[in-house]
Design a protein. Structure first.
Lengths: 250, 297
């Protein structure tokens, strides 16, 4: 455990696998951990307190209420999720922008030891963030501030393309995923990956990219939008591109 | 399993033709390899033999099996010799005009009675329209795409492509054939890029876009970072830039252009200027010693 950082406020989204894995990593690193769980698109509410580190997978934490408290003042490191929001957007209202670090842990959706991406505005925060993440048993990679950061963005576009092929009936979901794992050695088929990460998460990233770039290139495929509307979000709801209910009942 | 075909004909003695011949021979099929250039045929025979030897070294084949496999290989420089085959695999260069010429000639040649009355013709094309090629033959129900991946002996996947008129029976036979040579098939409709070359486009496209927006070729450190993210955060075996170097930046660009054009210029498939620039500079990747990365010769 880092000597200067002792207490963490962790804010995660319910049923979200990346949130769960991050929380587990914080727990096993034996920090003094305060957990706050939020529904999708929800806002986080918590009582004022002092935390060394704020780690949130929920962008909704950092709204007006957050800045009315003194948490920003007393924290040493604030990790904000940049899968669907630019770091710039977070720190627009910040009084201590130098404490903020943007991150994405999208890789945790299929591998417990996946590296995290960090985008860091200052040199000092670079080392602080890296060392903190090391105590969680994870490695980190510095990336420039780019919408969706890197993995989430590429993955979402792969899912979109796979969904597009599915929509056109080019092949079955199984054949699409088999083709990508056997033909190009992807670690997991894009449709199965989407089910793991959550179709809602994929849709959020595509919407974010489309909004920031104002480019049609990122528009979600209709099939994806419809599935999210119907609540077919993947593993966490028992149905995504594949069905998981039978397996769960066993 | 009863073999779905008796004799495999392969048109084209290049890399793909050689690889396909090897796996078919290894599975016990009689193979007739056709190419107009006899020098290429000699080279092909040498490569097939050395490929079979590698299989022996890896204990996939006994020496006796290798000898038998080699005895089942015939190389021919006259296309008429393909008439004794009931599965003909086209593996010639990716030019529609050349392929159409071949299929028209093959079609005229094939004896649709007797042994060959159930002959199937397939194309190994990765990008051209199966339906367009099928329209050159009398029996489009017995025409399909059979897309192998390079290197053929190693890559387990085969895409079976249905043309508009390909019959279920033809797909079934090709599926059985795939299994008989130890590979796994998926079935795709005849659409731009089929499955693999279409779904893979953003793997390169988004990476190039991120690089282009952050300094481009003046910031190759970012290319390395992107590869690092895709491998260490994403779990991919190779990152997009290292993979482009391995495949050949020119080859990757050609596939991208092909999918882009076949889709009537769907914008998200558009090739990136960075790719063109590297090709212009003859920095094609591993094969030219330099691409996004540098390679020691």
């Amino acid at each position: 455990m880092s000597t200067s950082l002792k207490t963490i406020l962790f804010v995660g989204e319910t049923d979200d696998i990346v949130s769960q894995k991050l929380r587990d990593a914080c727990k096993q690193a034996k920090y003094s951990l305060t957990e706050c769980w939020v529904e999708r698109d929800g806002s986080a509410h918590f009582s004022e307190d002092t935390y060394d580190v704020i780690l949130s997978t929920v962008p909704g934490l950092f709204e007006d209420e957050f800045f009315e408290l003194d948490v920003e003042k007393t924290a040493q490191l604030i990790l904000a999720p940049c899968d669907t929001q630019l770091l710039d957007e977070f720190i627009g209202a910040a009084e201590y922008p130098e404490k903020w670090v943007g991150f994405s842990a999208a890789g945790l959706s299929i591998a417990d030891t996946a590296a995290m991406e960090l985008c860091v505005p200052t040199q000092e925060q670079t080392y602080l963030a890296r060392d903190f993440i090391k105590t969680l048993g994870l490695s980190s990679i510095w990336v420039p501030e780019t919408p969706g950061l890197i993995l989430g963005r590429v993955l979402s576009m792969l899912v979109k393309e796979a969904a597009s092929a599915l929509m056109e009936n080019t092949a079955t979901p199984n054949d699409i995923d088999t083709a990508m794992t056997l033909g190009t050695n992807y670690p997991m088929g894009p449709l199965k990956w989407a089910d793991h990460i959550g179709l809602d998460k994929v849709l959020d990233i595509l919407n974010h990219l489309e909004e920031i770039y104002r480019d049609d290139r990122y528009r979600p495929m209709l099939l994806l939008t419809q599935k999210v509307m119907r609540g077919e979000l993947g593993v966490k709801t028992g149905q995504g591109f594949y069905n998981y209910e039978k397996a769960a009942l066993k | 399993m009863t073999k779905p075909f008796n004799r495999i004909g392969i048109a084209g003695g290049g890399t793909m033709g050689v690889g396909i011949a090897q796996v078919a021979l290894q599975a016990g099929y009689a193979v007739r390899l056709f190419d107009v250039q006899t020098s290429l045929l000699t080279e092909a025979t040498t490569k097939i033999r050395s490929g079979l030897q590698k299989a022996v070294d890896k204990k996939k084949l006994t020496a006796a099996e290798k000898a038998q496999a080699e005895s089942h290989l015939q190389t021919v420089s006259e296309m008429t010799w393909l008439s004794g085959c009931d599965l003909i695999i086209e593996a010639i260069p990716e030019t529609m005009a050349l392929k159409q010429e071949l299929f028209t000639a093959l079609d005229a040649l094939l004896d649709y009675g007797n042994l060959d009355k159930n002959a199937v013709i397939v194309s190994n094309t990765s990008s051209l329209s199966i339906t367009a090629m099928a329209s050159m033959v009398q029996h489009p129900d017995r025409f399909a795409g059979l897309h192998f991946f390079n290197p053929v002996p190693l890559m387990k996947l085969i895409e079976i492509i249905r043309g508009q008129q390909t019959s279920d029976e033809t797909v079934e036979r090709l599926s059985t054939f795939t299994e008989s040579i130890g590979k796994t098939s998926v079935i795709a409709k005849d659409t731009p890029g089929f499955i693999v070359n279409r779904v893979a486009r953003p793997f390169y496209g988004e990476a190039l876009k991120i690089l282009g927006e952050n300094g481009g070729l003046e910031n190759l450190e970012l290319a390395k970072t992107i590869d690092k993210v895709m491998t260490q955060a994403g779990g991919f075996k190779m990152g997009p830039f290292a993979l482009m170097d391995l495949i050949g930046i020119d080859v990757n660009l050609a596939v991208t252009q092909s999918v882009y054009n076949a889709s009537f210029q769907e914008p998200r498939y558009r090739p990136h200027p960075i790719q063109q620039k590297l090709v212009d500079a003859k920095r094609l990747g591993v094969k030219s010693g330099q691409g996004f990365y540098e390679y020691e010769s």
